[in-house]
Write a protein that binds this ligand. Structure first.
Ligand code: ATP
Ligand code: MG
Length: 297
């Protein structure tokens, strides 16, 4: 871990920053934000891991692994059951540049690994309920960690169950809770539920010494914001509401782009697929704002 800036190991701990892109809101742009921010950091020289914890496997797909590619591979569910280590599960992130599944059908993204998900992750909450020891799956990974990653990017399903709880309780104030929401009044309204959920996690862990238990809503991404050509009144209204309620934690806006949908068709992260699109420009601005400037080679 020589040369790794200490800001990536707050309070001298041995594990990376934890960034949880979480909100109980389907299709709110969590996965687009997770994959874009992690890829931009990786291309600028920062090592990190994306944990795909959603049974829809979206970030696995965008980072190069569909169901066929994952046949026989370990997944995030193995981490929850404790049947594999992080290094056994994490795969090099890549994106499709050709047909088939040989290595030459993909370009590899340096500095980035993905913990792939599986459809069976839909049962993660139940698996934890069946055996309370499994609540510690993420704590075990952190305590055993010895690498030099800067950030663990956590992509969650759109619900607050036992699995998200097992991650959120391991977060400290230095870590980020970053809801990524669309500029839509409905999405803005759902942030209050996240605030209540975080409060519940903090309350439950207040007197525990073995877990940090301090997930803190300290950043927010607003996506699909109006542009010169995209002038939805609802999007403008949502941006005003977000500014009024959460102005102090709002990151630079991620503007609307109809092309953003292509990332799933093309199995490729947005900053690679459409590097000059408005959202890619804006995600780069966000990462610069967060201090992830280009590292000297
Ligand atoms: N800046 C943007 N402008 C317009 N559309 C966008 C933008 N960013 C993402 N989208 C689109 O919004 C949709 C939902 O995005 P995404 O899959 O990232 O959300 P999610 O919160 O991860 O969803 P889920 O709850 O299903 O996991 C996708 O079709 C995506 O392409
Ligand atoms: Mg998603």
């Amino acid at each position: 871990m020589t040369g790794l800036n200490r800001r990536f190991r707050p309070k001298g701990r041995n594990w990376p920053l934890i960034w949880s892109y979480v909100i109980e809101c389907g299709g709110s742009t969590k996965t687009t934000s997770v994959t874009s921010m992690a890829v931009i950091a990786a291309l600028r020289g920062y090592r990190s891991v994306v944990f795909d914890l959603d049974s829809n496997m979206s970030s696995s797909l965008v980072l190069g692994y569909d169901k066929t590619a994952l046949k026989g591979k370990k997944t995030s569910l193995d981490l929850i059951y404790g049947t594999a280590t992080l290094d056994e599960v994490a795969l090099p992130a890549r994106y499709r540049i050709g047909e088939g599944y040989d290595d030459d059908a993909f370009a590899f993204i340096p500095n980035l690994r993905v913990v792939p998900s599986s459809p069976a992750m839909a049962g993660a909450d139940t698996a934890i309920a069946e055996d309370p020891d499994r609540n510690d799956w993420f704590a075990e990974i952190l305590h055993a960690y010895e690498g030099d990653d800067t950030v663990f990017h956590m992509d969650f399903p759109a619900s607050y169950g036992r699995m998200p709880y097992s991650v959120l309780r391991m977060m400290d104030e230095d870590d980020f809770v970053i809801p990524s929401i669309k500029a839509d009044p409905k999405d803005v309204r759902l942030v209050q539920g996240l605030i209540e959920e975080l409060e519940r996690v903090r309350d439950k862990n207040r007197n525990r010494r073995s877990v940090p238990g301090r997930p803190t809503l300290n950043h927010m991404l607003l996506t699909g914001t109006p542009t010169r050509t995209y002038k939805e009144a609802a999007a403008r209204r949502a941006a005003q509401q977000a500014e009024a309620l959460y102005g102090s934690i709002l990151l630079p806006y991620i503007r609307y782009s109809a092309d953003a949908k292509k990332l799933y068709e093309d199995e490729c992260p947005l900053p690679v697929l459409l590097p000059n699109s408005n959202p890619s420009v804006d995600y780069r601005k966000v990462m610069t704002h967060l201090g992830f400037t280009e590292l000297a080679a």
